[in-house]
Ligand binder design. Structure first.
Ligand SMILES: NC(=O)c1ccc[n+]([C@@H]2O[C@H](COP(=O)([O-])OP(=O)(O)OC[C@H]3O[C@@H](n4cnc5c(N)ncnc54)[C@H](OP(=O)(O)O)[C@@H]3O)[C@@H](O)[C@H]2O)c1
Length: 243
């Protein structure tokens, strides 16, 4: 492996927090394979931004709501080498009350937010074990304290925390598995929330009166992933919202 940059996989790297993870990983010397679903132009922009800072990011189109998408990401990664870091970032935050919730919406959230991270970890397990790598799962403060967005989001993000701790036990001592649980972050996902709800959250729930930037989450997430003693931890990065 001497002289070869370590390889990271980031899901959902076309925009938002995922793009920040791609760029921060590149800054830290990783080559990155990242997935996106629909936003090809934005994915190309991520590749260009990575090149602009002297690094290499490879994009792979994949719908992580389908098992073939998980396979496609793993295959694209293996084509680049052995993976030492997996960042399970892609997620959907569709909002439903129980009254509105359909079986289809529930299953989509479970597939993208929980099944894909689990099976991507399974696909990349051998590489991660042999390189003594790390997995970072991007959960949410809603997974810790209950979500504003309803059952699919709250339950899948809580499930990711269970997955994190379970895999941290199962893959020890070879792979460290951690989670970051952001509060509101300035991305399209936050922008999609009703402005009245945004205002209420900021006024009543955010002691620091600050919405995190994607780069804040990426830096913290990659720091956590590099701590040799951190495994099974969930770092709440939510501006003091939950405490
Ligand atoms: N923003 C927040 O306030 C916040 C707070 C806590 C936790 N989080 C978590 O942080 C993560 C990133 O959030 P974000 O705000 O950056 O989200 P975002 O701006 O909505 O971006 C979502 C990313 O996931 C990808 N994606 C969505 N559905 C996909 C699918 N079916 N298959 C493959 N990729 C898919 C998107 O790809 P395309 O763009 O190509 O469609 C995009 O790259 C999510 O897991 C989210 O739950 C966000």
């Amino acid at each position: 492996m001497t002289g070869v940059a370590p390889l990271a996989v980031v899901t959902g790297g076309s925009r938002g927090i995922g793009r920040a993870f791609v760029l921060e990983a590149v800054r830290r010397g990783y080559r990155v394979v990242f997935s996106y679903r629909r936003q090809e132009a934005q994915a190309v922009e991520t590749v260009e931004q990575a090149a602009g800072i002297g690094g290499e990011a490879v994009r792979v189109q994949a719908d992580l709501g389908a098992f073939e998408g998980v396979k496609a990401v793993a295959e694209a990664a293996r084509a680049q080498g052995q993976v030492s870091l997996l960042v399970n970032n892609a997620g959907i935050g569709e909002e439903y009350t129980l009254e509105e919730l359909t079986r289809e919406a529930w299953e989509r959230a479970v597939a993208i937010n929980l099944t894909a991270p689990t099976f991507l970890a399974k696909e990349l397990r051998a590489d991660l074990v042999s390189l003594r790598g790390a997995i970072l799962n991007v959960s949410s403060d809603g997974g810790v304290a209950g979500s504003l967005h309803g059952a699919p989001y709250g339950a899948t993000k809580a499930g990711l925390i269970g997955l994190t701790k379970t895999l941290a036990r199962e893959l020890a001592p070879h792979v460290r598995v951690n989670a970051i649980a952001p509060g509101p972050v300035a991305t399209d996902m936050w922008a999609a929330i009703d402005p009245a709800v945004q205002e209420r959250v900021m006024e009543r729930e955010m002691p620091l009166k600050r919405i995190a930037q994607p780069e804040d989450i990426a830096r913290a997430g990659l720091d956590i992933s590099s701590w040799p003693d951190a495994s099974g931890i969930v770092v709440l990065l939510d501006g003091g919202r939950i405490m």
